[in-house]
Design a protein around this ligand. Structure first.
Ligand code: PEP
Ligand code: MN
Length: 342
């Protein structure tokens, strides 16, 4: 349920309303916007008498939410959320970010070299997997703690904040100096993991599952936000369809759909969405044009010999070319105002 207050509500009446709602066992999120204050109620609102609230002097309107997600709902929080990652990097609210790096961290030389190259091309965050969810148990599984250590070294050298995937809660202690924790497609509905990530305040990059709806993605984000961590960036990375020409099918409409439903930023992963390096630039351009808040792109210095996802990885030169083209179209990209295309 959301309660829209009139402008400049009487403080005493406002405090009384909050006390009464909290007394009903509800959690009240107060969102003080430029023009209007909105109260978002979470909990069992069935006992709340809408007619009674509507009659209060300070109340303009009361609405029951039809969506099952609350904290991440745009109706709770009309303006875009801006996720602060470092002093110079914040995602959402009209900025655009390129996250780039290899699928997996392979060596010091590899990750540090790629970090400097993607930075020179305009990337603002470095990606790299240390814990890799592989289909085959015999495939390279990542360097684990050593991979995180090498990422931190690359962060130190390049100054880029780092994004890396957690696969299991037992790994969390290794993520202390990681800037953004990625929850991969396969873990999107690992609710135990999501709940724990709700208890910390580090930004989470939550990827859409291989066969999950947008509503399910938002419900997973709700698990994190309900614990108090609203620092969430959503990522569309393609879903499974009957098509075999590409690894997955990129659902670009997820950008405007999510923007309407939620205040969280949404980025696109054209690498996992297509699985083919020649398709990455066209899909990256399309995502930027549709108004994504950023892109996460796999870049490898030697894609042919990459230990993971070489076929979809761009060389640093191809990334530089794509980054230039993306920057050129950004001024013409779709803009959104409170989630609505304008
Ligand atoms: C990745 O980003 O390396 C990855 C494994 O992605 P996804 O979870 O989207 O498959
Ligand atoms: Mn990958």
């Amino acid at each position: 349920m959301v309660i829209l207050l009139k402008q400049n509500p009487d403080q005493q009446q406002f405090d009384n309303l909050l006390t009464w709602l909290r007394g009903l066992g509800l959690t009240v999120h107060v969102n003080e916007g430029d023009k209007q204050t909105i109260l978002g109620l979470v909990g069992n609102t069935s006992a709340v008498d809408i007619d009674l609230i509507e009659q209060l002097d300070i109340v303009e309107d009361v609405k029951r939410l039809t969506e099952p997600f609350k904290d991440v709902n745009r109706k709770f929080h009309p303006s875009d959320s801006v996720i602060r990652i470092s002093d110079s990097v914040s995602v959402g609210g009209g900025s655009f970010h390129l996250i780039a790096g290899p699928c997996s961290v392979e060596s010091e030389e590899q990750i540090c070299g790629i970090a400097m190259q993607v930075k020179a091309s305009g990337a603002t965050l470095l990606r790299g997997g240390a814990f890799k969810p592989r289909t085959s148990p015999y495939a390279f599984q990542g360097l684990h703690a050593d991979g995180i250590r090498l990422l931190l070294e690359a962060k130190q050298i390049s100054g880029l904040p780092i994004v890396t995937e957690i696969m299991d809660l037992s790994q969390l202690n290794l993520f202390e100096d990681v800037d953004v924790i990625q929850v991969g497609a396969r873990n999107m509905q690992n609710f135990t993991l999501l709940r724990e990530l709700g208890k910390i305040r580090k930004p989470i990059l939550l990827k859409r599952g291989l066969a999950n709806t947008i509503q399910e993605l938002l419900m997973s984000a709700e698990y994190i936000a309900a614990g108090g961590n609203e620092n969430i960036i959503l990522c569309e990375r393609g879903v499974r369809t009957f098509e075999t020409a590409t690894r997955n099918t990129l659902d670009l409409s997820a950008i405007p759909v999510i923007k309407k439903l939620s205040h969280l930023p949404v980025i696109i992963d054209p690498s996992h969405a297509t699985g083919v390096s020649s398709l990455v630039k066209p899909m990256a351009l399309a995502a930027a044009a549709a108004g994504a808040d950023g892109l996460i792109i796999e870049v490898h210095n030697d894609p042919q010999h990459a230990l993971c996802d070489g076929a979809q990885s761009l060389t640093p030169e191809a990334f530089d070319d794509a980054a230039k083209a993306i920057r050129a179209i950004l001024p013409y990209a779709q803009k959104y105002e409170n989630g609505i295309p304008v």
